[in-house]
Design a protein around this ligand. Structure first.
Ligand code: A3P
Length: 325
C-alpha cells in the first residue's frame, strides 16, 4: 500500500475524481461516519432554521428587520465584508466551508426553540443554491418575497443608478430592458440582472426540486409593504415560532418615509435607510407595457404553480395577467 503526504494525496485524489472538486457540504451530524470525525468541541446546531432567499428589491431588508424584532428569532451576524448578507451558498464563500458559515451564527441557547436565520437575497435566482442549501439544511424552511416583477426590475435599475453603475447612468430603463443582442456586454448584463430574477416560476421550480412545498413560504411583497403585521403573523404560523409576537404594536407607519417602520421608545419610528424606499420617477407607461408583455408567460407559469400548490395568487399577479390578456 502506497501513500503520499496530505497535499500531494489530495492532488492525486482530485486527479482521479475531478467531479468531486466542487464540494457539496452536508451536516456532519446527519451521517455517523462524519459525526465520528467531527471535532468534539464543535456543534451542528450553529446553522439556520430558515432562509430568506430574496429575490433582491422585493422588501427583503424590511422583512429581515421585522424578523429580528421577534424575541425567539435571531439573525446571522452581519458579514464584515458586506456589512450585511453572508452570501454563502451562491458564490466563492461556499468554498470557505461550513465552519466559516457557522461562525456567523451564535451558539443557540436552545436548539429546538431558537429560530436562527439568514437573508441573502440572491439565493433565489442563483442556480446552484437550492441544491447546496438542501444538502446542508434539508429541513430548513424557505421564505421568498414576490412583488410585481416589472416593479422589481425597475427598482433594481434604480438601485444600480444609485450605485453609479455606468450602464444604468448612460441608458434609460427603457433602453436597458429593450436592448437587443448586439448591444454592449455591460448593457446586456444589466438587462439580464434586471429581468431574470423576475422569472419567478423558473426559479421556484428549481427550489421545489430540492425542498418540499410545505417547506416553502411565499410572501406577497405588496402586502408586506401595505400590511406587514398581517404578513408577519402568517410567517410566524408557517415557522411554528412561539410566542406569536404582536407586530401591530411593534410597527408604525411613517408618513414622511411612506413605509412601515419599527416603533421605538416614545412611539418614534425607526425606518430603514435612504437606500430602501427610494424616491424616483414613475416608470414610463410604454416600458411598463413592454415588461407586462415580457413577463406574461412567466406570470402565467407562476399562476399555474401557485394553483398546483393550492396557494392564493397575490393581487398584483391577477391584475398583471388581466392587464396583459
Ligand atoms: P425601492 O427602494 O425601489 O422602493 P430589498 O430590501 O429587498 O432590496 O428591497 C427594497 C425595497 O423594499 C424598496 O424598494 C421598497 O419598495 C421595499 N419595501 C417594502 N417595505 C419596506 C419598508 N417597510 N421600508 C422600506 N422599504 C420597503
Amino acid at each position: 500500500l502506497q501513500t503520499l503526504p496530505p497535499l500531494e494525496l489530495a492532488a492525486k485524489y482530485f486527479q482521479i475524481f475531478p467531479e468531486e472538486r466542487d464540494p457539496l457540504w452536508q451536516n456532519p451530524c446527519h451521517d455517523k461516519r462524519h459525526k465520528d470525525i467531527w471535532s468534539k468541541e464543535k456543534t451542528c446546531d450553529r446553522l439556520p432554521k430558515f432562509l430568506v432567499i430574496g429575490p433582491q428589491k422585493t422588501g427583503t431588508t424590511a422583512l429581515h428587520s421585522f424578523l429580528t424584532l421577534h424575541p425567539a428569532i435571531t439573525s446571522s451576524f452581519p458579514s464584515p465584508v458586506t456589512f450585511e448578507e453572508i452570501q454563502f451558498f451562491n458564490g466563492p464563500n461556499y468554498h470557505n466551508g461550513i465552519d466559516w458559515y457557522m461562525d456567523f451564527f451564535p451558539f443557540p441557547s436552545n436548539a429546538s426553540t431558537d429560530f436562527m436565520f439568514e437573508k441573502s437575497a440572491n439565493y433565489f435566482d442563483t442556480e446552484v443554491v437550492p441544491k447546496r442549501a438542501a444538502a446542508l439544511l434539508p429541513r430548513a424552511k424557505i421564505i421568498t418575497v414576490l412583488i410585481n416583477p416589472t416593479d422589481r426590475a425597475y427598482s433594481w435599475y434604480q438601485h444600480q443608478r444609485a450605485h453609479q453603475d455606468p450602464s444604468a447612468i448612460n441608458y434609460t430603463f427603457h433602453q436597458v430592458v429593450t436592448a437587443g443582442l448586439s448591444s454592449s456586454k455591460e448593457l446586456l448584463v444589466l438587462q439580464s440582472r434586471s429581468l431574470k430574477p423576475g422569472e419567478y416560476a423558473t426559479h421556484l421550480e428549481r427550489w421545489l426540486l430540492h425542498f418540499q412545498s410545505k417547506q416553502l413560504h411565499i410572501v406577497d411583497g405588496a402586502m408586506l409593504r401595505s400590511n406587514p403585521a398581517l404578513v408577519m403573523e402568517g410567517i410566524q404560523r408557517f415557522l411554528g415560532v412561539t410566542p406569536i409576537f404582536n407586530y401591530t404594536q411593534a410597527l408604525m407607519f411613517d408618513e414622511g418615509k411612506g413605509f412601515w417602520c419599527q416603533r421605538i421608545e416614545g412611539s418614534r419610528p425607526k425606518c430603514l435607510g435612504k437606500s430602501k424606499g427610494r424616491k424616483y420617477p414613475e416608470m414610463a407607461p410604454e416600458t411598463r407595457a413592454f415588461l407586462t408583455e415580457y413577463y406574461r408567460e412567466h406570470n402565467m407559469e407562476l399562476l399555474r404553480l401557485l394553483n398546483r400548490l393550492g396557494l392564493t395568487p397575490p393581487s398584483w399577479l391577477r391584475e398583471e395577467l388581466q392587464s396583459s390578456s
